[in-house]
Design a protein around this ligand. Sequence first.
Ligand code: 2HG
Ligand code: ZN
Length: 457
Amino acid sequence: MTVVDGLLGPLASAVGAAHVLTDADVVAGYAVDWTGRFRGSTSVVVRPGSTAEVAAVLRICDDAGVAVVPQGGNTGLVGGSVPLAGEVVLSLARLADLEDVDPAAAQVTAGAGVSIGRLQAAATEAGLAYGVDLASRDTATVGGTIATNAAGLRALRYGDTRSQLVGVEAVLADGRVVTHLGGLVRDNTGYHLPSLLCGSEGTLAVVTKARLRLVPRYSERVVALLAFDSVDAALVAAGSMRSRLSSVDAAELFLQTGLDLVAEVTGLPAPFPARHVAYLLVEAADRLDPTDALAEALADVGAVADVAVASAASARQRLWAYRERHTEAINAIGTPHKLDVALPASAIAAFVAEAPHRIAALAPQARTWIFGHAADGNLHVNVTGLAPDDDQVDETVLRLAASYGGSISAEHGIGTAKRAWLGLNRSDTEIAAFRAIKAALDPRGTLNPNVLLPPPA
Ligand code: 2HG
Ligand code: ZN
């Protein structure tokens, strides 16, 4: 009998036998990430239904010295939510309570298992909106997006998940609960645990609830898909939209190669009669129709080779699909390596030109796809045609980004995929401080021990 087998009885007493999953076929689904690149194993998945049950589960595992991987919607892209070495999986899916929106504060309290789509729908019903949006909205959860500090498609206007987080309830590794959900925006009383836990990838505590700020809901929207004959021109336009269009919600870059793939995989028709080099999708949203403001900002942008504009929801969605469906189209042709980097504005064009050559020199059979949140300097470099565990290309691309003064993770986090290269962006002293924080909150190393911090030398 393994140590984990010995825990099955106590875990069943804590959460109910029906929520302790051990069937090999069932648990296998929790042990692989969305891309299929990161596969681990586990013998048990525990699905608590309340904060008290999460606390009981952690107490049992921590006492027994058994490691735990918290998991939300499992849509992460860096292998941060799968059991890489036989850990117990703690699924937060059943923590799905969503309180009524507090209209006076423009805030809401949501359980970790609430999907981003459901949160958005509740905010919309209350005449507000949630500032974080991402293609995986119907599966990604509040808890998972806090753990990874997800940013998504509208971070240009509203910031990342950390910027929405007013308070959290979380369970420490030993089962103690910290609760700070009062929703005070001005609350300057020491360390800000929500900020610390956000982006900590389940290594410091398990978030069970969050108090989130909501933003105004703008009913008038317009989307423009702009075609350019150089990446440079598209980037200049993105910068111009960011600084001249106060109602800009998103400015997203993709290239002809990615558009071809999306069209091939999804069957969508080409948006323009001619092919171009780069595309920028711009969305503006306001209380009054922002079309004129968008047109005015565009008038100053030279070099637009073609443009398509949409106001009706279905037409806007059709234009968004060319950008949003990149991820699914890439996964359809093979398991990708995902390198989510950030670059200084002045270095983006050079990086876009250089990265594919560096990759081709190392792996001539590989195909490179680049797209992303242009106005934030966040590029998603996806590479297909590599073995899942071949990380030479990963290293080259991450080093290239760092050499330009960029970050090796703009929004997806470090996970297991990039932990070996954290030192490209963080000094030894910073990493030592990270380890000290981890040791203070999780002295036995129970929580997600195989992500974020570099592996021992
Ligand atoms: C996006 O921006 C997501 O669509 C996924 O962050 C990016 O698939 C990717 O690499
Ligand atoms: Zn993204």
